[in-house]
Design a protein around this ligand. Sequence first.
Ligand SMILES: Cc1cc2nc3c(=O)[nH]c(=O)nc-3n(C[C@H](O)[C@H](O)[C@H](O)COP(=O)(O)OP(=O)(O)OC[C@H]3O[C@@H](n4cnc5c(N)ncnc54)[C@H](O)[C@@H]3O)c2cc1C
Length: 369
Amino acid sequence: VNDTIVIGGGFFGLRVALHLREHLDVRRVVVLEREAETMSRSSYVNQARVHNGYHYPRSILTAYRSRVNFPAFIEEYADAVDSSFQHHYAIARAYSKVSARQFALFCDRIGAVHSPADSSVRRLFNPRTVEQVFQVEEPAFDSRILRDLLLARIRAVGGIELVTGVEAESLEQNVDGTLTVHSALADFTADRVISAVYSRMNVLHRRSSLPLVEIQHEIAEMALVRMPAELDGLGITVMDGPFFSCMPFPSKGLHTLSHVRYTPHYRWRDGSDQVPDDPHEVFAGAQLPSNFRIIRSDVSRFVPALARAEHVESIYEVKTVLTKSEHDDSRPILFRPHHGIANYTCIMGGKLDNIYDVLEELNLLYGSR
Ligand SMILES: Cc1cc2nc3c(=O)[nH]c(=O)nc-3n(C[C@H](O)[C@H](O)[C@H](O)COP(=O)(O)OP(=O)(O)OC[C@H]3O[C@@H](n4cnc5c(N)ncnc54)[C@H](O)[C@@H]3O)c2cc1C
């Protein structure tokens, strides 16, 4: 019998496994990951933004949590953090849900530094469509380095077995209170199970007759682009409405280009009759022609040089949010201890820095050393 089984070897599963060993007196942890490699799904295919609050002017709580978690993330993963570029947030003149003045006030309220962009940068923006440009402090992370850092710590701490290429198919409680996870390879038994499977949470719940969690999904396209020289050392986020971001994607040495309107290809509520229950199955079956050209034509209205951005490839992933985050764009964590059965906990974070909120909850649940 293991102490804990963690289902899902993404950033959350790996980091939680480490925390159990390092701080919660757990002797043996098994991590089950269905892909051949850990951190190959949403923890790799994402925008790589280390959130520092700026992105959430409509959810002060989320912005504030990001501000609290940011220094911890930067310190813990210093080698994976890329601060070599200047990040700018621009406020659009039309259709923006915040004005430049409101954005500056919001940054002040959450204590996030901002200053007017240098004139050399300001000149890159179209003054007819962009009201104001702020230089901010918001770096990117290199997901591959992040994974290497976590795997090195996992090896060093010992007591964590990573089993890849194995899907946890279902979960049940035994008469002695232990939990057994069934897979095609073997059955794994432990005192506790933590699920960190992100978009596939309800797949496991349905097969285990556990209550479902209210989540919704979209298939998101991250267009990877080569920037024209004048934009290469920059990150640009245009707020707050149907606009775009263009940020370094350090693990490929390219930029991601994403757009609020055109990045999502398809949205659905988990459990909807029209689609298979497994979001990865929806993803695998989807026809995904790139939206890059329409994105490029829209974004060059704000930054004319983006018309020369060169599309290298697009990577796609299922993005999942809690249904209740829909209205205020917040990204609270899901943390459900004893979900349906004793000692089964399911977790989900809407962004990487939410990990610290999850670890705090785990400390409360299991008692920190
Ligand atoms: C397009 C996009 C852009 C984003 N941009 C950002 C950003 O800029 N900054 C930020 O902080 N966050 C961003 N996010 C969110 C962030 O990527 C996620 O919050 C985070 O990666 C979730 O980590 P995870 O470990 O829970 O999920 P994952 O990395 O997806 O890991 C879950 C793992 O569980 C495995 N699994 C699933 N079912 C089973 C099973 N039954 N048995 C065994 N294994 C299973 C999967 O194969 C997967 O490897 C973005 C997400 C997307 C999709």
